[in-house]
Design a protein around this ligand. Structure first.
Ligand SMILES: Cc1cc2nc3c(=O)[nH]c(=O)nc-3n(C[C@H](O)[C@H](O)[C@H](O)COP(=O)(O)OP(=O)(O)OC[C@H]3O[C@@H](n4cnc5c(N)ncnc54)[C@H](O)[C@@H]3O)c2cc1C
Length: 495
């Protein structure tokens, strides 16, 4: 027999959810609110492992609607979770305590591209590649180019301070954001930074970029643009092993030439990509480096020659240079489609993100492969080698009992390896939900308290994207696995 107390709690929760949904519908319109269980499933997760169903999902089209949604969620005492395209790889957009997910993809207007001041003003739901394509029409470049750029939003890029292949030379997202309009956790609207560089006062724009949706919701963005380079050279250097290729990475950079991109793909990735995308990667290579130099025509030729020589000296068996724009695009197609291709060879895979000093790459990569083999998993590597930013992809089948936990444990061991090698637990994907419990490996109690104080000062409270970044928080527990188990077992949490 069902416990009558539990039934009355469930009825009360349903009544509360219904009231929440009707207030959201009254403010945003029926077409902009999802609340039926079957409609909410798609918003349980991002691109990683953790998941939890929200109580409602809203799709605002204006800053005022974002503000209204926040005020209503606050009145009901439920969490608020900002979300772009959901390609995040740290669980940042997962509503782990339920509540209202605010999806920004309908705020997708490019408001202005000003070629003279070299700025663009855009809404947060603009897709990264669309902005790049539009800027290219003016001979301009928005440099940050995460490999997910065909689908991720600029709002998500700001929240995670995204990197990408070309941020080796151009810097990550924070270096390209001038100003942002933000709806604060109490629903008020503020502007951080300005349209011109170096706004006076405390750099709250800098604090916000990379805060992973824990300090508010970005609703308008002014970014810095730069001229497209006069010349570009793209090369594919082919190596017998990932360790030799890793040695070459440091050798190239220590010689004084900083390529704009220096990417590594190992044999597993090549064998996943090549039969599907036919981009011309050699199937028998241990690893390849995709290297790009850009700038003025004369200097680019000299830099490219230097890279070819350095790779050969470090043991490359061949270095190919793209001779046309089409060839260059093909080489990049393999890089940008590399992670997707793993989906064709494995039922599930877990993408890790760590960073180490470049010089540690040969040792760390050998150890990553050893740890993976020891745990019984295949591991494919595709990463921003120039930044020392590794992305081991652990392949597994979640239907095999215990496999997911083993993969999470292996992920923890690889993160520990990065920290012990002088690196850190994330290079670009953020901490999110997934890596909160590792924060104590790199920060002291005082460091973490300083970060918590920023959240407190911002008025974030316990309900604005809860359980993200910091290792502890009201109702969040300290350990990520225990917390997920607890919340998966609970139907809707109103705090
Ligand atoms: C195949 C693949 C390749 C990837 N390659 C890269 C890469 O090269 N470099 C890289 O850095 N990342 C990469 N990522 C990770 C991911 O694409 C980025 O983190 C991206 O910035 C997330 O954008 P999104 O729109 O999907 O955001 P979501 O996943 O929806 O959200 C990410 C975080 O941003 C917050 N957020 C979203 N929108 C807003 C907003 N408007 N205001 C406030 N907070 C907001 C969310 O709360 C969450 O914490 C990759 C992911 C995949 C699946």
């Amino acid at each position: 027999m069902r416990n009558p107390f539990r039934r009355s709690v469930e009825q009360a929760l349903d009544a509360s959810r219904t009231a929440l949904a009707s207030d959201l519908i009254a403010a945003l319109g029926e077409q902009n609110v999802l609340w039926r269980a079957e409609d909410l499933i798609g918003y349980e997760y991002d691109a990683t492992i953790d998941r939890r169903r929200p109580d409602a999902v809203v799709f605002p089209s204006t800053t005022e609607q974002v503000s209204a949604a926040i005020v209503i969620a606050n009145a009901f005492g439920v969490p608020i979770v900002p979300r772009g395209s959901g390609t995040g790889l740290a669980g940042g957009a997962v509503p782990i305590m339920g509540g209202v997910v605010v999806v920004l993809t309908r705020m997708n207007r490019i408001v202005e591209i000003d070629p003279r001041d070299r700025v663009a003003v855009i809404q947060p739901g603009v897709i990264n590649l669309r902005l790049q394509d539009e800027c290219a029409k003016y001979g301009l470049l928005y440099a940050p180019d995460p490999s997910s750029q065909r689908i991720c939003t600029i709002g998500g890029n700001i929240a995670t301070n995204s990197g990408g292949p070309h941020t080796l030379a151009h810097g990550s997202t924070v270096n390209h954001v001038l100003g942002i309009e933000v709806v604060l956790p109490d629903g008020r609207v503020t502007y951080l930074g300005s349209r011109v560089p170096d706004a006076p006062g405390i750099d709250l724009r800098g604090v916000f970029v990379g805060s992973e949706g824990t300090l508010g919701i970005v609703t308008s963005i002014t970014v810095r643009l730069q001229r497209q380079p006069e010349a570009v050279r793209t090369m594919l250097a082919i190596f017998e092993s990932i360790e030799i290729a890793s040695e070459a990475v440091s050798a190239i950079i220590s010689g004084g030439v900083i390529p704009v991109a220096l990417e590594m793909l190992d044999q597993e990735i090549i064998r996943a990509v090549e039969p599907r995308l036919h981009v011309g990667y050699p199937l028998d290579a241990g690893a390849v480096l995709l290297i790009e130099v850009e700038g003025l025509r004369e200097s680019v030729e000299a830099d490219a020659q230097y890279v070819v020589t350095a790779c050969r000296e470090m043991g490359a068996r061949e270095v190919r240079t793209a001779e046309s724009e089409a060839e260059r695009a093909r080489l990049w197609e393999g890089r940008k489609g590399g992670i997707g291709a793993i989906g064709a060879i494995s039922p599930n895979f877990y993408i890790l993100d760590g960073v180490v000093p470049r010089t540690q790459l040969p040792k760390v990569m050998a150890e990553v492969m050893r740890l993976s083999a020891e745990a019984g998993f295949r591991c494919a590597n595709i990463f921003h080698a120039g930044d020392g930013n590794l992305h081991p992809n652990i392949m597994f089948d979640e239907l095999v009992p215990g496999a997911t936990q083993k993969v999470l444990d292996l992920g923890g061991a690889i993160m520990r390896l990065c920290v012990d090698s002088g690196g850190s637990i994330t290079g670009e994907h953020g901490v999110g939900l997934e890596k909160r419990s590792y924060m104590e490996w790199i920060f002291s109690a005082a460091d973490l308290e300083a970060q918590q104080r920023i959240r407190d000062a911002w008025g974030t409270g316990e309900r604005f994207n809860p359980c993200k970044i910091l290792p502890t928080g009201h109702g969040c527990g300290a350990g990520h696995e225990a917390e997920i188990r607890q919340h998966l077992a609970t139907p809707g949490v109103y705090v």
